[in-house]
Design a protein around this ligand. Sequence first.
Ligand code: SF4
Length: 449
Amino acid sequence: MTAQPIAMGSQKQGRPEGETNKAVRPQEEEPPSTLPPPPHAAPTAAAIALASTRKVNRFPVSREAREFYRRFYPGSTPDEWNDWRWQSRHRIRTLAELERIFVLSEDERSAAASHKGSLPVGITPYYATRMSLTDPMEPLRRTHVMVGAENIRLPGEDDDPLGEDHDTKVPGLVHRYPDRVLFLTTGFCSTYCRYCTRSRVVGNPGGEYQFSTGQWEKALAYLEQHTEVRDVLLSGGDPLSIGDEKLDWLLTRLRRIKHIEFLRIGTKIPSVLPMRITRDLVRVLKKHHPLWMSIHVTHPSEFSPEMSEGLSRLADAGIPLGSQTVLLKDINDDIAIMRPLMQGLLKRRVKPYYLYQCDPIKGSGHFRTSVDKGLEIIAGLRGHTTGYACPMFVVDAPGGGGKILLAPDAVAGRDGDDLLLRNFEGRIYRYPDPEGSLGRRLALPLAAE
Ligand code: SF4
């Protein structure tokens, strides 16, 4: 069958000035770092030593992965499989590739065949090993293989539900909160999530943002002038899809701005392309502390020996790791899923940070739960497991209101000088609070009368 491109996926990504490697590369490449490394002169002693270290620190290959690449990529080697550039070059991007690997439902097939514009299909071969090849309802597959419901736009849904375009000061730089900014570094992701808040931007060559070096320079100039900004969150797209040299260049430029105290990177790479966490990348990241990282995770079936190795490398480099998870209907909206996900993150030295209510991005209605469901999940975690395993549940207010924290209501009422509080088991306890007013407006709960 002839391959039908679902989307071109190419994007402009100019080469930042100041990079030391002058090897000739096209100015436009996609993904930004999938070209083979530039030709080098004879290896130095240091390079040979580094290569031997790399061998020792080789990524594990899980049994599922080994079976998968032998079946679908015969002739490829474990070294190729564990090369993140190979993974990026072999991403599943066309209907023909989907059909070669998955048994598609009619809904999936027709949605993929008719898809146009941004948010194309994109799945790394590694991430496909975490999915069911036969069951369209398997959670990770549902988050990455398009279905017809994406074409239904419900009331309240929007292309840019968070109003990021409104708070964009220069292309790719969103300045909404007083002391921090969101820096959109690239429109490329190694996999494309069907519920992506930035579906208008990602995988959209020639679209709203071009993510060129010139754009980065404008954002850097804005940041140099705005001394109130002390915290920069690099996102996209996925910043870790950018090659080491470019990323190092950008982090160095940001670090030179004296009033920026703190850098953060939001990424899904450890879940979908863990072999990207190379020793070289870790060396680059370590140079730019304090650097924090938010890891996008969805479901415990993402946990693998490969992901554990990637997270371990990041944690060993002293990078504080947090997680962010979007609450998704019939995917992770169950305490029996969410508890092992949060506990599994802790075991891998990632602090569960945010649980997001799914943003009303257009075509995402089939993913969205009620807000009650998020509170139910938090109530099922808090007190029932380690406090560190409890993320904050937030609704990102449509129209640019920012994140609003929601938690199960612990205030049960007031009885004279006593504040009445509800514990994780629903029992009411008195707390002496003679100077307080909290709970006065609530009725006295029966249990406390
Ligand atoms: S990795 Fe993040 S930016 Fe990329 S498609 Fe998924 S949600 Fe969107």
